[in-house]
Design a protein around this ligand. Structure first.
Ligand SMILES: *[C@@H]1O[C@H](CO)[C@@H](O)[C@H](O)[C@H]1NC(C)=O
Length: 216
């Protein structure tokens, strides 16, 4: 499990200054970035995130150095062009594709909570695709509640569902088709028979009544 911590260390900032890191950040102010790639992860819950600052491992924790970003707010408006867990299979709907979000308030973190459902798709030739579908809920955690600053960034927390979905493509056999056709034809005959007898009997009844009326 990756832990995100907000740590301020003065000596690190000094080091960053020496490396020209802060200068580089100043130069990139107001710019966005386009991120493309894939991650290979274990089949356990976890998260990945896009956040500013240098990240490093410290005592088994994932830490971001954010001192350079403390003064101004960091705009985390973003657009997700495509996010998929695993290979494409026919009929898959990835709910985060072309989702856009614009930040209106200052400070905060945007969180996506993703439930990944393992899915097996077997096509007509028997080829199977081991993939996943997912559902998502989202939440913007803004900072003005007064507690400690949260790390600005876009976070994706994913969790695996214990339920697996299996899709199988298949043909309907000719015999099955034939019985279906027979059932439809038989149904049509039966219904028209009922209608016919109804019309016939009511017509006869009316005729009889008229004859009786005439005779009496
Ligand atoms: C963040 O950037 C977006 C897009 O450039 C802009 O529409 C939005 O107003 C900005 N938000 C803040 C709080 O400055």
């Amino acid at each position: 499990m990756i832990l995100v911590l907000f740590i301020v260390m003065t000596y690190l900032t000094l080091q960053c200054k020496r490396e020209g890191f802060l200068q580089r950040i100043k130069e990139e102010e107001g710019e966005g970035c386009n991120i493309y790639g894939f991650l290979e992860v274990n089949k356990v819950a976890g998260n990945f995130h896009f956040a500013p600052g240098k990240s490093f491992q410290q005592a088994n924790m994932h830490v971001h150095d954010l001192l350079a970003f403390q003064k101004e707010s960091f705009n985390i408006s973003h657009k997700i062009n495509r996010l998929a867990f695993g290979e494409y299979f026919p009929g898959v709907v990835n709910p985060l594709d072309s989702v856009q979000w614009v930040q209106h308030t200052q400070h905060g973190m945007y969180q996506y909570f993703i439930k990944v459902v393992p899915t097996v798709y077997t096509d007509i030739t028997g080829r199977t695709i081991q993939s996943n579908q997912f559902s998502v809920t989202e939440h913007f955690r803004s900072d003005n509640i007064g507690h400690q600053h949260s790390l600005p960034g876009v976070f994706f927390f994913y969790d695996l569902s214990p339920i697996k979905v299996t899709f199988t493509e298949g043909h309907v056999s000719f015999l099955h088709f034939l019985t279906n056709v027979c059932a439809i034809v038989g149904g049509v005959f039966t219904v028209s028979g009922i209608l016919d007898s109804f019309v016939y009997h009511s017509q006869r009844a009316i005729k009889k009544k008229m004859e009786i009326g005439k005779f009496s």
